[in-house]
Unconditional design. Sequence first.
Length: 389
Amino acid sequence: MNIIFSTQPSLIPVMRALTPKHQLYTLHAQFTKLCEDSGIAAPFVASFATATTQRDATALASKAHSELYALRPQHEALPVAMNTWLANGGLAEYFYSRLSDLAMALQSVELAKPDLLVLHNDVEPLHRLLALWAKAHSVPVLHVPHAIYLETEERGPAGSDVHDVVTATHLAASGPFQAQWYRERSAELQIYVTGLPQFDRFAKPRTIDRTRAAKLLHLDPAIPTMVYMSSWRQDTNLLGCHSGVEDTYTAFLKAYKQLPEMQLIVKCHPRGNNVEWHAKTAEALGIQCAVTAEHLDPVLTVADLVFSYGPSNVVLEAATMRKIKLLVSSGFPNDPEVIVAGEEVDSIFAGIAQAALAPLPDYTRLLAKYLGPWDGQAYQRIANLIEAI
């Protein structure tokens, strides 16, 4: 069986469980190299392309660009500026620099003759294109989500965000919450609760203790440690166009200054590219802290309290430690194990004080809701599901 995998390192254990019985391919040369380093043979699909393939891809891209330039839709629900952009050929301009790569990927996938596509999302342009191609050719697509879209009052109804688009035919859901989330967005999607492989490692015994983790982070293991989990702006719709990341972080730092002795680690998102800004903002307020976009495991090992900007998956990762008190600025409305502290200085201070005085919650229910069968074997269940599909 020929199986194509999108670029997602957490899928490597799944791929290892499928070799050498099946022929695996990847959509990116660097991911192929990562697989090779892990002992997995998974060629890059474009490596089979020929001069004819390139010529056909160029012709396909040119044809698509011509058709896009002729397509100038208007819709009364859109702002005037958006309708003007569409009327002036905005779609063709937007896709011009992307069409050649998309066409080449499509031609390469056709050469590989896949029996199944495994994608870590089915909404970004390349993945959605390939999922639509698979649908047209009766090839199943398994979506193994790269994250869990968590419960929050700020999320609109199904259909209001790009993440609500479902193109795959099958889904490996983390737990009952994620399964229900996708049922509300697609009646045709075949959903299986398997757990997600990126959480498998948290089910295994820890190989690092607090003293060693504190030493690696240049902290004192005897002093309580607060971790602030920041984020980055994701403009998938207009709801993402705000200064909440910056404002909440600044409010948190002002609240933190009022606390008794407590060490602070600021953990930035690994793709946020905003470590320097976080460090300079803390320095401007006279706060000493460690700022990093890496080293999640040592950070969680040394943490006593975790405060997350919004309902991040890192809250679930922290919950697996079963020794950390959890706070968020928003989200988790039906999960009393997590304290919602708001985004203002006074409410954040009050939330931290509440968490410090409260007993450590039992996270069994929270983990079952979001992580489902959390036992370190999600990768094997997904491999078995691939075999079944």
